[in-house]
Design a protein around this ligand. Structure first.
Ligand SMILES: [Mg+2]
Length: 186
């Protein structure tokens, strides 16, 4: 199980990614977590910067779908303002919500190696994406102080598993999680 918690990549934020390179590598569908990946729990709407990024991505040829575990109206409100389709109450790390995004929302038009999931949590986003055998990108949470209770619980688990991964898969840890783990401890 713990191997499935290792992301393919780690980035400090969604603005630090070379999307052109991703596109050239064949990625076409981006599944995006909302809370603390795109906006903090305190925010409700996409910023100008985020909207600009979205336009750039769509111009490059990516398709974007929001996949959130939240079942609140804020998902609908955000997705509407952001103007992308969404799956709410997705229950990551279960496969159900992610599969719904791939099969129903994106109409099964993409192969697994064309799909990439972005999120700020190992226990939900990365584990869920890896279970679905798609590519995963871990993002540093925008503002961990805004985490809601279940997420804070997940962060505790995350810390525990980070240590196990570091012990058991040192090479992968150093390559993909070291920076994240260090930040975590500070
Ligand atoms: Mg999140």
């Amino acid at each position: 199980m713990i191997k499935k918690l290792i992301p393919d990549y780690f980035y400090k934020s969604i603005y630090d990614i070379d999307y052109r390179k991703l596109y050239e590598s064949g990625i076409r569908l981006l599944l995006l977590d909302m809370d603390n990946t795109l906006i903090s729990y305190k925010e409700t709407l996409p910023s100008e910067k985020l909207l600009n990024l979205k336009h750039e991505l769509e111009e490059m040829g990516f398709e974007l779908i929001l996949v959130s575990n939240s079942r609140k109206a804020r998902v609908n409100n955000f997705a509407t303002a952001f103007n992308i389709p969404f799956v709410k109450f997705s229950m990551k790390p279960l496969k159900r919500g992610i599969k719904k995004a791939i099969k129903k929302v994106a109409k099964n038009r993409y192969e697994k190696d064309q799909i990439m999931l972005f999120g700020d949590q190992l226990m939900t986003d990365i584990y869920g994406g890896n279970r679905c055998k798609i590519k995963t990108v871990l993002i540093d949470a925008i503002d961990k102080n805004t985490d809601i209770a279940p997420t804070r619980m997940n962060r505790k688990l995350e810390r525990f598993f980070l240590k196990r991964i570091k012990k058991k898969y040192k090479e992968e840890y150093d390559k993909k999680l070291k920076e994240y783990g260090e930040e975590y401890d500070s």
